[in-house]
Write a protein of this length. Structure first.
Lengths: 164, 184
């Protein structure tokens, strides 16, 4: 099951903000979507760098990278749908070199980044005034939560995070 | 004498669970005597509380069919579902409502498929968690308050984690899809 470009565009159209154009998109909403996109771009870059540097199991790395690319595309489409630009052409901050020095260090770095991304999705889902984008964005958040389980498995940690 | 089916299909079992859950909360409306107004989110929240009660019972049955680490994980997930019951029930009470209570485990049990081996138990667990992910993501649209939506989003993420754990226990990758929509 995947969320297609059409689904996201249709969802955004249903909110009514697309037809209204960029001037009618709330700045706060655009900022929130922009933050989500930045997280996804950082994650995509991190998995790409880890694969290049043998800092992650290749099969898992390829799978997570492919999913992050889909997330970048999905959030980018959501931004376009609310009348703003798509994925930023500027490169995201690279993963710290130290995080790429061993597979364990990279898994720890990626787990923290995934956790921050999920928290950002929760904040966005709580406040975004775009009802038809909530389910598609929620489905990306849920994928991010599953990435955390995959990374905890790599780290040989309990699969479910302890309650804070 | 009518014969009771030996086992239910997994989809049939989930449909049965949903029926039991809905019966617990009066077809999704706030419980009689509760005060929440239409559009407050109480109806959606009550439906979720009822589904979570059924889920807690289901996870007890699933844990009973598993052994070793898989059982430990199942018991951990069951405790998380209990936390979800409490958290969503509290949201209903915040609205002045009365959340539905759980039913005796024996009332849920006939709705479960036959869990006579680990494979069957994990398949049922996966279906159950897919349904929960879907329920929480769908609820986001109907919840008017940001704290309600925050809770639904946080719990949806936890249900997605649970689904990933079930996949790992079944020997599959934790994360298999870029978009985890859940199934109804």
């Amino acid at each position: 099951v995947s969320v297609t470009r059409r689904q996201i565009v249709v969802a955004a159209l249903a909110t009514g903000v697309v037809g209204a154009g960029p001037a009618h998109a709330e700045a706060g909403e655009v900022d929130q979507l922009g933050r989500l996109l930045a997280f996804e771009q950082r994650l995509e870059a991190a998995y790409r760098a880890a694969l290049s540097g043998d800092a992650i199991d290749p099969a898992l790395g390829r799978s997570l990278l492919a999913q992050e690319r889909e997330h970048v595309r999905g959030v980018g489409l959501a931004l376009e749908a609310v009348g703003r630009r798509g994925p930023d052409a500027s490169p995201p901050p690279p993963a710290p070199q130290a995080a790429l020095s061993t597979r364990r260090l990279f898994a720890r770095f990626a787990l923290e980044l995934e956790s921050e991304a999920v928290a950002a999705y929760v904040r966005a889902l709580a406040t975004l005034d775009a009802p038809d984008l909530l389910q598609p964005l929620g489905s990306i958040m849920a994928s991010g939560a599953q990435h955390q389980v995959a990374l905890r498995q790599l780290l040989d940690e309990p699969l479910l995070a302890p309650k804070p | 004498v009518p014969r009771v089916p030996v086992s239910l299909t997994r989809r049939g079992a989930l449909g049965g669970l949903a029926a039991v859950a809905l019966a617990s909360c009066g077809d999704g409306d706030p419980a009689p005597g509760s005060r929440p107004q239409a559009g407050s989110g109480a109806g959606s929240l009550n439906s979720i509380v009822a589904l979570e009660h059924a889920t807690v019972a289901a996870w007890a049955a699933i844990a009973g069919a598993l052994r070793g680490n898989a059982r430990v994980q199942a018991e951990a997930i069951r405790r998380r579902e209990l936390d979800h019951v409490e958290r969503v029930s509290a949201l209903v009470r915040d609205l002045g409502g009365t959340p539905p209570g759980g039913r005796p485990r024996r009332e849920y049990a006939p709705q479960f498929p036959k869990l006579d081996n680990e494979t069957a138990a994990l398949r049922f667990a996966g279906d159950l968690e897919e349904r929960l992910v879907r329920a929480y993501l769908d609820a986001l649209r109907s919840l008017p308050d940001s704290e309600q939506r925050r809770a639904a989003a946080e719990i949806a993420a936890e249900e997605a984690e649970d689904l990933a754990v079930v996949a790992v226990l079944a020997g599959e990758p934790a994360s298999q899809r870029a978009f985890v929509t859940g199934t109804s």
